[in-house]
Design a protein around this ligand. Structure first.
Ligand code: PEP
Ligand code: MG
Length: 566
């Protein structure tokens, strides 16, 4: 078995088609007729762009607009005057076109690869694709015809380039295996868009696998099984069919309102980490965003994002959501989320330490600039503010006071914002659960963060496998916390949602319905599944389940019972 990264869900069973790398070897030459070589280069670029346009059109029809744009981006890059100018300068210095293209592209590839940033490194893959494309035209090398692949083909290739993807016929390609790429690489994006199971970053796949060999691609786990026996094939075929059946079934829930079997409606939001994820939330049929984890805007960089940069990000997310709610959580750093340039001191006990709202309230300028950015963005959509890790009413008051200060500053400068912006509390500490009655009087909404709430209630670190047996939202203590938070919120008439992972758990859903949760915020791929699971329950049936569960004394008993009924 070979191991890789599972980058596109599903199981593919088929025969290998090895896409060998074509030789793009050339002999560097000194050019005497510079004008003729410039002409040769320019017409090669024109031909490359024509080919790319054709491929983009094929992708647009087979896959979609967004995926076609990846290829159209290649035209923009090679037509960029700086890149083209640099290549032409080398030709003017008597280098042949192949070597000029190679050298300048290599410079960009090295520059992008060195960043270590996933997205920028993608640009390196783009430039590699462009270099190979233009040099192929210059050398007159024929493209491999993936479109001729027979039914039941598993493509095995060093790197799946967007231009290759153009030739993929979804009916015939049942799996993709590459030696490079990550969850966020173009190969992964394209494989997911084509709905073809893919395993990426499989070391030496092109030398370990041979053409016509029978393989199974497990796109969930990233494994590749070579020459499986009949029993294994049956097992995986059954898994594949069950997955496809479920997927088809879930599609019936797209575009529907989220409601229980008795018609009671709920809100079903998504959790996101970047403005671009808002697109995924919309595509996943989320009805809004229940948690925007803003720390990602602060990570992978070497200085704080400015107020304007944050404003752009929040505004962009809000515009993508087209008026749907967007709950922005203020910076939640510390604990397991480190930001090197902030120079946070190493703590003996980081999860109990100087983090999230505690850090923000002590770094008022930074906090105020985030709040101002959120307020400014609130002029463009339904934006709400949420404070993480609240443990005392004073923290909520101090946060709200800063919101008022920021509003006054903006008003004085004549900048628009939503005067009635809602300010909520992420109830994710044991303290916030215990004082939920007090917090509910001063917060506009609650969102239960079960990931941390479970840890803080059970005094069990979510990352420590030795105490993993304690870390469960089905522990009687955690369920009592959740029930209490929802009850306190409802008594004060404020909405209570849940943005921790438990909101998507099928065993948890009847309990949440019974307790009175009104909003579920889950990861984009879970949206339709959660909508389906909610649709199974009436409030009365959920109440009966909750009554039984809340009379039970151990997590094991609760889990066993719930698993037997969902
Ligand atoms: C939580 O604690 O439940 C939560 C959603 O926040 P995070 O996972 O970002 O800590
Ligand atoms: Mg949390």
């Amino acid at each position: 078995m070979l191991n890789g990264i599972g980058a596109s869900d599903g199981i593919g069973v088929g025969r290998v088609m090895l896409i060998a790398e074509q030789s793009l070897d050339y002999t560097p030459r000194e050019i005497a007729d510079v004008d003729a070589e410039l002409e040769r280069f320019r017409s090669a670029v024109d031909k490359f762009c024509d080919n790319t346009m054709e491929q983009a059109e094929a992708i647009r029809q087979s896959t979609g607009e967004k995926e076609a744009e990846i290829l159209l981006g290649h035209i923009a890059i090679i037509r960029d005057p700086f890149m083209g100018g640099e290549i032409e300068n080398l030709i003017k210095a008597h280098q042949c076109a192949e070597s000029a293209v190679d050298q300048i592209c290599k410079m960009f590839i090295d520059m992008f690869s060195a960043t270590g940033d996933d997205l920028t490194m993608q640009r390196a893959a783009d430039v590699r694709d462009i270099r190979d494309g233009v040099i192929s035209v210059l050398l007159g090398v024929q493209e491999v015809k993936i479109s001729d692949a027979p039914e039941g083909t598993v493509l095995v290739v060093k790197e799946l380039t967007p231009s290759m993807t153009a030739g993929i016929n979804k009916e015939n390609i049942v799996g993709i295996i590459t030696e490079t790429g990550s969850q966020t690489s173009h190969s992964a994006i394209l494989a997911r868009a084509l709905e073809i199971p893919a395993s990426l970053s499989v070391a030496n796949a092109t030398t370990q696998l041979s053409s016509e060999e029978l393989v199974i691609v497990d796109g969930f786990k990233g494994n590749v099984l070579i020459a499986p026996d009949a029993k294994t094939i049956d097992e995986y075929t059954a898994k594949r069919d069950a997955y496809l059946r479920e997927k088809r079934e879930l599609e019936n829930f797209r575009g529907k309102t989220t409601a229980g079997a008795d018609g009671i409606e709920y809100e079903l939001f998504c959790n996101i980490g970047t403005p671009k994820d808002a697109t995924k939330a919309v595509e996943a049929d989320g009805e809004g965003v229940g948690l925007f984890r803003t720390e990602f805007l602060f990570m992978d960089r070497d200085r704080l994002p400015t107020e304007d940069e944050q404003f752009d990000a929040y505004k962009q997310a809000s515009l993508i959501l087209k008026g749907k709610p967007l709950i922005i959580r203020t910076l939640d750093i510390g604990g397991d989320k480190e930001i090197p340039y902030l120079g946070l001191e190493k703590e003996e006990n980081p999860f109990m330490g100087f983090r999230a709202i505690r850090y923000c309230l002590k770094n008022r300028d930074m906090f105020k600039s985030q709040i101002k950015a959120i307020l400014r963005a609130s002029a463009f959509g339904d934006i709400r503010i949420m404070f993480p890790l609240i443990t005392a009413v004073e923290e909520l008051r101090a946060g709200r006071a800063l919101v008022e200060e920021a509003k006054a500053d903006l008003k004085a400068s004549g900048i628009a914002y939503d005067e009635n912006i809602q300010v909520g509390v992420m109830t994710e500490t044991a303290a916030s659960g215990v004082i939920a009655d007090l917090l509910a009087k001063e917060a506009d909404f609650f969102s239960i963060g079960t990931n941390d709430l479970t840890g803080y209630t059970m005094a069990a670190d979510r990352g420590n496998s030795d105490v993993g047996y304690l870390y469960s939202p089905l522990q009687p203590s955690v369920l009592r916390m959740i029930r209490r938070i929802i009850k306190c919120g409802r008594e004060e008439g404020i909405p209570v949602g849940m943005c921790g992972e438990a909101a998507a758990s099928p065993t948890m859903i009847p309990l949440l319905i019974s307790f009175g949760l009104t909003e579920f915020s889950v990861s984009a791929p879970s949206v339709l599944k959660v909508r389906k699971n909610i649709s199974k329950w009436t409030k009365a049936e959920a109440d009966a389940v909750a009554e039984k569960v809340m009379a039970m004394t151990t997590e094991a008993e609760i889990k066993e019972y719930l698993e037997s009924i969902v």
